[in-house]
Design a protein around this ligand. Structure first.
Ligand SMILES: Cc1ncc(COP(=O)(O)O)c(C=O)c1O
Length: 379
């Protein structure tokens, strides 16, 4: 049977070169980085080398890189850590199309008396920046924005958003989990205060990520305990994950231009083929181009449900998602599709196809034919 994985926004397989590196760390570098003997020093050195490598990949200073367990923790940490460090500011602003890591972290704070103010998006998912500028108040602590949307691929204009935040003297946290690898990130050219990244979205291991914290930003810890990560994130470091992530980031950065070209070519080709077999299809989010994550095709069909499509395609060796993986067991359409007002006729039949390194044009005739058969069967 075919085995065509098209769910790279949910997660990516670990690059074989990263696997090899991690296997060697697993075997030989077992020391606790806090130990004072040679085994500990060796492990600690690996972490610091990885920190430098990670920093270089995003144009940051190594001191600004803080390792943690991934995108969800980093985002919770950014928002709650700022709140703890700046208790007088009680408003958090986000867009209506954030990942649940953000919205649920903010909801936790709402229970403690904070205000969550939402900025609307247009039909393509772009934030209303005039609205953003107008609503930032004296009470605003942070604006938290998803750079590349995990469901519909919209790339926000972070440069403009950063300028607004700077002008209004509020912090900017950016969820860059889907962005790294598909957008060339250079923090030396952007006024971002905090940035969240997660290794399993760029061919690194799961359960490891970073929170970039710009020098000078006051942030409290989320997890209390030992003095790891500049006293900001306690717990024995995931040396294996850290080394794997930094190497994955390095590899990704080296090939980003050709990777983006590859993903764009795949998106254009498959979208054209799908339009030919299903003229009712809608592309959710911006048109394919520089304002859309190149590997994301979010599509909606009439007269089918996402879950039945996913199941039928999976039976035929094609693995895709509906909206985001985290909402896939919910029968409600995702808040993102609702926020961009996908028509009622289409909103229940959405599919998220996300390409990766090993995706191939040669699979497209099979995918299009299979989708046509499945649509015929289901309708
Ligand atoms: C945009 C976005 N933010 C945050 C996360 C959470 O990251 P993690 O899986 O590393 O916790 C995800 C994961 O799907 C994501 O797509």
């Amino acid at each position: 049977m075919k085995d065509i994985y098209l769910d790279h926004a949910a997660t990516t397989p670990i690059d074989v070169r990263v696997q090899r590196k991690m296997a060697s760390v697993m075997k030989y570098t077992y020391g606790n980085p806090s130990s004072l003997h040679a085994k500990g020093i060796e492990a600690k050195q690996m972490i610091e080398d990885a920190r430098i490598m990670m920093a270089k990949s995003i144009g940051a200073n190594p001191k600004e890189i803080h390792f943690c367990s991934g995108g969800t923790e980093a985002t919770n940490w950014a928002i709650k850590g700022l709140a703890k460090a700046h208790p007088l500011k009680k408003e958090i602003i986000t867009s209506t199309i954030e990942h649940h890591a953000t919205t649920h972290a903010v909801e936790d704070l709402v229970k403690e008396g904070y205000t969550h103010t939402l900025v609307s998006v247009d039909a393509m998912g772009f934030m209303d920046l005039d609205q953003l500028e107008a609503i930032i108040s004296e009470d605003t602590l942070v604006v938290s924005v998803i750079w590349g949307n995990n469901e519909i691929g919209t790339i926000q204009d972070i440069k403009k958003i950063a300028k607004i935040c700077q002008k209004k003297h509020v912090y900017l946290h950016v969820d860059g989990v889907q962005a790294f690898g598909q957008i060339n990130i250079d923090l030396s050219k952007l006024q971002i205060d905090l940035l969240t990244l997660s290794a399993h979205k760029f061919y690194g291991p799961k359960g490891i990520g970073i929170l970039y914290v710009k020098s000078g930003v006051e942030l409290d810890h989320l997890i209390a305990g030992g003095s790891q990560e500049h006293h900001l994130r306690a717990g024995t470091e995931n040396v294996l994950g850290i080394v794997g992530m930094a190497y994955a980031a390095y590899l990704m950065k080296r090939t980003i231009k050709s990777y983006i070209r590859h993903l764009t070519e795949l998106s254009i080709d498959l979208y054209e083929r799908i339009r030919a077999i299903a003229p009712d299809v809608i592309l959710n989010g911006p048109e394919i181009g520089i304002q859309r994550l190149p590997g994301n095709l979010s599509l909606s069909f009439t007269d089918v449900t996402s879950n039945s499509l996913i199941f039928q395609l999976s039976e035929r060796g094609i693995y895709v998602s509906a909206g985001s993986a985290c909402t896939s067991d919910s029968i409600l359409p995702s808040h993102v599709l609702q926020a961009i007002s996908v028509p009622e006729t289409h909103i229940h039949g959405s599919l998220r196809i996300t390409f990766g390194k090993d995706s191939s044009l040669s699979d497209h005739p099979y995918i299009a034919q299979t989708l046509e058969d499945v649509l015929d069967t289901l309708r």
